[in-house]
Design a protein around this ligand. Structure first.
Ligand code: SAH
Length: 333
């Protein structure tokens, strides 16, 4: 629901401003069209039906993975297509992984969205609608949407105004009421965006897709590294830590024979040893690219070398891979 467009239509039609809140409440509670907004007079519902789409993104497809992960294929009014994913945790907690662009210009070699090429920026309303849809699904599962991660399609730092506006809506008590501490923006390492986020009043989390501990390896995986090499990127992260007092999450995807040797672990530990980072080691999910996931014994050796070098890491298990809902698998089918 485009709340800004709705507010200006309501004003233009001489409607009281609280109607906007009523519409948002109805959407959260399960309405799927203006006709379902029972707090509105019939004439207003009919008028809105003609003027404004209820959802900015229309769910076209919904698939459920064996592990309970739900993936939606969503279509915008202009035909742009994105995906959003709801991930189940224990104890009734749910995380939604939202998209920020309908494609991606950054061409990371291991990522299915990168293989699609650039697509348009999503609007704040299109991003917020993904979170609202997920919150409704969580409620239907007797659970609560507690976390939002910008790890779907696109590079959030290249659409940062819209992303931050959507975060404002997600965090607002009259929106979804999710604390900014439970919202994470993940980036390839777009340095100007990191600087902007450091100065932004919304205390959202920052995650960096690092994936390599030396520039040659990283540049081969992620073309963006030619523009913002590792030293440059990590100093932007340290400035972010100093300004905000928050730690930065480092994502490290293990690729067999590419970045998963014990020497890579030691190099990574040297880069990140100052305690301002939290490392998440991620399993690779197959895409059309040339890479393979590290086998378990190589993964164990990597994590062992990392621990020996004094760096703690969490391992993030893959979810939803059987329906191509896992990290890096989101793309127009
Ligand atoms: N553009 C942003 C957000 C989208 S990607 C970014 O790059 O951070 C979300 C995460 O999934 C990133 O850490 C990305 O590197 C990772 N990813 C991409 N392809 C993957 C794959 N095939 N398997 C596992 N993770 C992948």
């Amino acid at each position: 629901m485009d709340r800004a467009a709705l507010a200006s239509l309501l004003a233009e039609w001489g409607q009281p401003p609280y109607r906007a809140r009523q519409a948002a409440e109805a959407q959260r509670a399960g309405a799927d069209g203006w006709a379902d907004v029972s707090a509105f007079p019939a004439a207003l519902r009919a008028r809105l039906e003609e003027h404004l789409p209820f959802w900015t993104l229309e769910p076209r497809q919904r698939v459920v993975s064996r592990d309970g992960t739900v993936k939606w294929g969503l279509r915008a009014g202009d035909g742009a297509f994105v995906e959003a994913v709801l991930i189940a945790h224990e104890e009734g907690r749910r995380t939604v992984c939202v998209s920020s662009q309908a494609g991606c210009a950054l061409a990371c070699r291991f990522c299915a969205t990168g293989a699609m090429g650039p697509g348009r920026d999503l609007t704040p309303a299109e991003i917020l609608d993904q979170a609202v849809l997920a919150a409704r699904e969580a409620a239907a599962q007797d659970a609560r949407l507690t976390n939002v991660v910008f790890m779907g399609m696109g590079e959030p730092m290249q659409n940062l105004d819209a992303v931050l506006e959507a975060c404002g809506g997600i965090a607002a008590p009259e929106g979804l009421g999710i604390s900014p501490r439970r919202i994470a923006i993940s980036t390839v390492g777009w340095v100007p965006g990191i600087a902007r986020l450091a100065d932004h009043p919304l205390a959202v989390r920052l995650a960096i897709s690092l994936h390599a501990a030396d520039d040659d390896t990283r540049s081969a995986l992620m073309p963006i590294n030619a523009r913002y090499p590792i030293a440059n990127l990590l100093s932007a992260c340290r400035r972010y830590c100093d300004t905000t007092g928050r730690r930065v999450f480092i994502e490290y995807l293990l690729l067999d024979g590419v970045n998963d040797a014990p020497a890579d672990a030691r190099r990574l530990a040297r880069l990140l040893r100052d305690g301002r980072f939290h490392v998440n080691v991620i399993e690779y999910n197959p895409t059309a690219g040339p890479y393979r996931a590290s086998p378990p014994e190589r993964r164990r050796a990597f994590l062992g070398a990392l621990a020996d070098a004094g760096l703690e890491a969490s391992v993030r298990r893959s979810r939803g891979a059987d329906v191509a809902a896992a990290c890096g698998q989101l793309a127009r089918a």
